[in-house]
Every structure is written in C-alpha cells, then in structure tokens.
Design a protein around this ligand. Sequence first.
Ligand code: G4P
Length: 531
Amino acid sequence: MSLELEIEKRKTFGIISHPDAGKTTLTEKLLLFGGAIQTAGAVKSNKIKKTATSDFMEIEKQRGISVATSVMSFEYKGKKINILDTPGHKDFAEDTYRTLTAVDSVILVVDVAKGVEAQTRKLMQVCRMRNTPVIIFVNKMDREGQEPFDILDELEQELQISTRPLSWPINMGSRFKGVYLLHNNSLNLFEADKTKKASDYINIESLEDPRLETLVGAADAKQLRDDVELINGIYEPFDREMYEEGLLAPVFFGSALNNFGIQEMLDTFVDIAPSPRPRPTDMRDIVPTEKKMTGFIFKIHANLDPNHRDRIAFLRVCSGTFERNTFYVHPRSGKKMRFSNPYTFLADSKEVTDLAFPGDVVGLYDTGNFKIGDGLTEGEKLSFKGIPNFSPELFREVVNLDPMKSKQLEKGLNQLTDEGVAQLFTQQPGNRKIIGVVGELQFEVIQYRLEHEYNAKARFDGVNYHKACWMTGNQAKIAEFIKYKPQDVVLDKDENLVFLASTAYILQMAKSNNPEIEFHETSEFKVSSKF
Ligand code: G4P
C-alpha cells in the first residue's frame, strides 16, 4: 500500500473527560465495535481509586495498566483507528495534555447530569491551543440529567466552541426512549443492554410518520417534533470545515454503559475525523506524505522496578515510514539510534513491529536518551513545536536529606523531569530547587522514585506559590522586574525565565504594572500553525 493510502487510513485520536464521565467505558465499547476485544470488562480503568490516593501499589498498578493500554488500535470500516489513552487521574493531567499533542482529533465525554466540569474545561483549553477537532458525546442518558438544549448551551458557553447536535435524545433517565438521527431520519430505540453490539435502526420517512406515536408515545413524539424544529431553526447545518478547524463540535447523545448511541458516533467519526495532519517544527511544517521519517516523543514511561531501569519512549510518527533496525538521528544530541524491538500496540497487548506510518505510535526502549518533546529524523536538525510544559499548580522546595547523595539526587531530579513527571525550577541566587507539579500525587511519586531508583533522600517543603508564568518581552523591563523580585524569578530546565507568583492577585498586578512583559501559562508561546 502506498504511503498516501496508509496515511489516509489512519485516525489517531484521544478520548478525554472529567473523571467518571465515562471515558473508560466508552473506550471499551469502541474496542468492542472494532472487534479488538470480545467481552466487556476487558479494559481496566486506569484510574487510581479515590480511596487509595496515596497507595504506591496503586500508583504502580496504574502505571502498569497504562503502559499496556497507552495506545489501542483496531480496524473499523477499512480505517486503522489509534486511540491514545490518557490518565484518568487529575493529578496526572499534564500527561494527558502532552498526549493531546500526538492526536489528530478528540472525543470529549460529558456526563449529562454534571455537564462541563473542571477537567473538561482544562482539557478543552489545550485542544483549543492547537485547534484540535472535537466530537462531543453526552453520556449517561439512561440517568436523569440536564435538558439537552441546556447542556448544548453550557458546552458552547463554557468551552467556547460552537456545537451542532447530530443525534437527539428522546426523553432521558428511566423514560429514555432512544435517539433520533438528524441526518437520515432514523430512530435508534433504547434497550438497556450492556453487551449489545450493533444498533437496529428504524427508518421513518419523516417526523410526520404516524409510526412515531406508536414507537415512542404521543407526548415524546410531539416533543421530538418540536425539538427538531427548534434545532433546524437555530443551528446551522453541520459544517465539516468548521469541525476540522476546531471551531464546531458535532454532538451525540447516548449511554456508554448500555452501548447505546456509540455506533452512530463511531460511523461519523470514521467519516469526518481527520487523518494525520501536518506538525509544526522550528524549520517548517512537516507534512505526513514526506518520504523521510520524522516523529516526536510525547510520553516516557519508566519502569518502577529498580532491577529493570529501561524506559519506554512513545514516538508519534509524523512523516515517512518508521522501520525497525534502521538508523535514525536524535537531533538534540546528534546521536544515531536504531531500534531492534519497536512496539506497536493492539487493544491490550503490544507486539514488535517492522513498520509504522504517520499517525502510528511506536514504543521505543530507551536507556535515558530521550526527553519529552525530542524528535527523531533521518538527519534533519529540526525540533518539533507545540509540546509545551504547562504552568504547574503546586510547588515545593526540594531539600536534600543526605549530602553524600547530592549527585544521585541531581540525576534523579533531572531524569524524572525529562520524563515529564514534574518541572524543575532553580532559584538564583542560592540554587534552591523548586519542583512544580499539577497534582499532589506526583510529589509522592517523585519522592518514592528518588528513593527507590536513585537512592536519594529528599524532603519537600511547602513554598507559597500559586502559578508559574514564562516571561518574554522587553529585556530592560524584565531586568528591572527581576531586580525588584529576585526571589520570585527562577529558571526552568532550559534556562527560560519564569515568574513564580504567590497569588492570583500578585500575578494580575505584575501583568498590569508591566505591560511590556508578557506572562505565559505554557512554556511555548507560539504554535506556528494549527495541527
Ligand atoms: P472515567 O473513565 O471517565 O473515569 O469513567 P468510567 O468509564 O470509569 O465510568 C465512571 C462510572 O460511570 C462507572 O461506574 C461507569 O459504570 C458509569 N457509567 C459509564 N457510562 C454510563 C452510562 O451510560 N450510564 C450510567 N448509568 N453509568 C455509566 P462506577 O460505579 O464508578 O464503576 P463500575 O463499578 O461500574 O466500574
């Protein structure tokens, strides 16, 4: 098959949601449809249960599960679908943000009762940064929730994206009758069945068809007619270009648990979701059809077992064909590397692969060469853009508890931050090390791993910071700013200047008093083009 056809065939996406909205359940149902698994219950939730937030065994288990299910691939209607899994726990949100740099589109799951939640907002912010196309699945229609028009309004307002329903629910909760498919006048009637695979649609000529009353009852038939009239009155027809630009999200309603409303979404997904898209680099946009192989590392998974120090680096192939046992160049170090056992992933297993194409994710054994965001090329010295660090939300100072082991501590901190577990900031003068993370659990992971993998002991002392912002702009003004706040301006690992603000108010003041300085919430300030 030609490279063009291989590219055309691939749809690489992520499923995102606030915890508990139904991401794991939906993933499993999609795998069932794709024939990648045979029975429900095969996909383990990668969530750390709320009751076990500081249980290291749970963390290890979670990491073990998430490596196996990092990418799940299956064929559906002639397309190769790659689902990139994202951690379910909010404390690992930065992992999710980075995984989103490797997808070409997303499906966002929202709980009909809860609507837009904190994580939904943050994840969509990340999608908007790079105009990722979004399909929304409103889940749990078998439960009471918000009125569908209200939920659409909420999605539009809170997520700053236009919506267009493509299916419409007929009632909800215990009175949920099913969905009406707006594009082909068909009804998919609901039956609670967790193992059901295919939907049987009933085609009706139009909403005036008198069978509607018999099928859903007079009251719901009337409501459906009124709703559809309203939808056609207020929503523009679905515009595919706007979807591809990340401006418009088609919306489906259903119940992942009951395997309901999923097939129509999947069918639409394979039809409209983009194939691998160009990726921006510091030199030019890389187009997938370029013959030479390029790719970037978006995730690194370390083995927690101290006897097996290997790590798996996840490479998203961006152009050309990745081949086993072929030398590639690691532009950051200039090293040549080849991989004798690159993995690709199936539903819940991995296997050695000879070839991979744009859109595919390959797992590479790594002995410590890779850092998140690194590229791999056939020699070109380019670096991929759009794989930023995000402003951490929790900060602690690292205090070395064993001065004889300061080298180990330094190495450990460096490697863990290369893997993206946390961000490291250094305060000048004084060389104080401050760690920034997105969630509390990460401090425990770092402490545990420093001790067990690097034989270093550290304590984390609370420091009173609220947000980290990367600074650019007028150099003289920045120098002046630093003079007044020497303690609060630190360097990140790449020696970029970062302002640590103690409160939201102080950050606000800093912004308004220093109009010539820009304060950025991610380490990458411009993403040159959308992808
Ligand atoms: P997540 O990955 O987004 O965190 O969510 P997950 O799929 O684990 O689903 C969270 C809970 O919501 C699960 O229940 C799941 O069974 C339930 N759920 C998912 N889809 C639906 C749906 O369409 N309708 C209803 N009524 N419930 C749904 P749990 O009790 O937390 O876990 P479990 O014991 O069932 O696994």
